[in-house]
Design a protein around this ligand. Structure first.
Ligand code: APR
Length: 191
């Protein structure tokens, strides 16, 4: 079992599931949400539109996760989770963000998946401070792997060098293992 830090575009990873930092409508957006929908093709949005609405316009409440297939992505599945919008740290932001990781790992285990990759949920448009979010991402994944056999491989994806260093440091501080050089085997052979 491992937790790996990788820098790059999550849509390139040929893993069992990539996690999307979505919004509650699940109808796409910018950032990693936009990148995943572009790479997956129109079938992903069509599948999301079929997911039941809990309330008008709300398909996935903050802190929860919904699964779809990966469509044209190299990943088999997309786990759409909705991170908290950062306000001031006193509106349950940490608990809601932790739940995004924990619920996604639970769903991966229930589906028997071997590998899952997370972007830095809430760290873009939603404004979550990256150091705090990285600490939560590492704490949840390290804690999960101490008591669960699946998924075997958890990948924390940093989109730039600064985020990569922050994730690496958070993982080192938590005593987690990192084998980021292994990830070359997860990228589809470039045609
Ligand atoms: N691969 C990996 N990481 C990426 C990619 C990519 N292709 N594109 C962006 N990121 C990183 C950003 O650099 C940031 O660190 O993903 C992190 C999350 O940023 P956002 O995508 O802005 O997500 P978030 O902050 O959770 O805001 C979600 O933005 O796109 C909308 O519909 C989405 O309303 C929702 C909100």
């Amino acid at each position: 079992m491992s937790i790996e830090v990788w820098q790059g575009d999550i849509t390139q990873l040929a893993v069992d599931a990539i996690v999307n930092a979505a919004n509650e409508t699940l109808l796409g957006g910018g950032g990693v949400d936009g990148a995943i929908h572009r790479a997956a093709g129109p079938g992903l949005l069509a599948e999301c539109e079929q997911l039941p609405e809990l309330r008008p316009g709300i398909r996935c409440p903050t802190g929860e996760v919904r699964a779809t297939s990966g469509h044209a992505l190299p990943a088999r599945h997309v786990f759409h989770t909705v991170g908290p919008v950062w306000r001031d740290g006193r509106h349950d932001e940490a608990a809601l963000l932790a739940n995004c990781y924990w619920q996604s790992l639970r769903l991966a285990e229930q589906m028997g998946l071997e590998s899952i990759a997370f972007p830095a949920i809430s760290c873009g448009v939603y404004g979550y401070p990256l150091h705090q979010a990285a600490h939560i991402a590492v704490t949840e994944t390290v804690t999960w792997q101490k008591s669960h056999a699946r998924p075997l491989r958890i990948i924390l994806v940093a989109y730039n060098a600064a985020a990569f260093k922050i994730y690496q440091q958070a993982l080192a501080d938590a005593g987690g293992t990192q084998k980021s050089h292994f990830l070359e085997d997860l990228k589809p052979a470039m045609g």
